[in-house]
Design a protein around this ligand. Sequence first.
Ligand code: CAO
Length: 416
Amino acid sequence: MSKALEGIKIIDFTHVQAGPACTQLLAWFGADVIKVERPGSGDVTRSQLRDIPDADALYFIMLNSNKRSITLNTKTPEGKEVLEKLIRESDVMVENFGPGALDRMGFTWEHIMELNPKMILASVKGFSEGHHYEDLKVYENVAQCAGGAASTSGWWDGPPTVSGAALGDSNTGMHLAIGILTALRARDKDGKGQKVAVSMQDSVLNLCRVKLRDQQRLDRIGYLEEYPQYPHGEFSDVVPRGGNAGGGGQPGWVLKCKGWETDPNAYIYFTIQGHAWAPICDAIGKPEWKNDPDYMTAEARQPHIKEIFATIEAWLGDKTKYEAVNILRKFDIPCSPVLSMKEIAADASLRESGTIVEVEHKQRGKYLTVGSPIKFSDMDVEVTGSPLLGEHTDEILTELGYDNEKIASMHKAGAV
Ligand code: CAO
């Protein structure tokens, strides 16, 4: 089965997570992704958080599958020459260096355009160009704080809290992938390359859209009816942290199930969807609430929402999270067990769908990773092991027209 992005050549000048997550996705879909790394050390994640001495770390191999690796010191004249040749032959160059690093290396947008006017240069930075913080280097949690996620997550009486999901890193990479595919589509029409820029702050904020909604509602009416602070608590003039409340018109909460005293994940998320109120009453053995004016409408329920959740929690007390969901699903109630990473890793459905895949790595043997979350009816997405540092250096230099003697001299000079 042919892959959709076959024939697209990508210079992957990325490191850590935001850039590599983007290029890995494009590699899965068939692009020839050439990871350019510094000789000797490579991407810093190869050696970060190692669990096997001297082997590439899981951090690296889970973000760099399906790629080739060339080592190149792009600050040497020979290294620059190789990168220039690659730019002439490629469709896309992706980078997520600190602000100004690519320019300092000599690869300004103007120079790249001279080399290849069809080039798409895709960049991740912490803040967007012209932003008053544009000079800052940024990692995941910094972006979550700058993009509005941290100030709106966690508990109202605790500090701002970051999410375990990579909202700053991988999420920004996914935004960049959309930008690259859009620029490729534009190039199909007009033959021209362009710059695609995504900032981590903007990408986090794009996922915090509903919190900007809430700020404007708060400014206008002074309260937010779906937050736990309503109706008994106080609101200030900023969107508060709402704990585990649902973010839309359906109240929800994380509720304890049997075994919560010893199992940190013995919980379900329970949603009170307005039109499911009658089935909820039947499911939890409270049929009298169906026609009680104090509970019949969402508005009437809100002042009692904590008591309602406490009643549901009492009903859950003798049921495991799985038993509870199996009962509630029959009543069409939106809910899920809170799943640990251990449970997710062992989930047969996730293995079957290719969302969790087992991959072979040359140094490590088998490891688990997250496969493509996007499924196609006409394309299989196969995940292959990540490359060792410089595994394809000679192969790629040969493709660029260098002979063995020249390649040997570049190795000797430390350019590759
Ligand atoms: N050959 C020669 N030099 C190389 C090279 C190569 N193959 N690859 C990188 N370098 C050089 C760069 O040119 C740069 O040199 P100068 O600072 O002298 O110009 C240097 O290595 C350091 O690059 P950097 O600033 O990107 O690296 P850092 O470790 O200091 O910062 C990070 C890391 C992630 C904070 C920064 O790259 C950044 O802010 N990136 C943009 C935002 C981003 O993507 N962050 C998310 C990362 S995922 O958590």
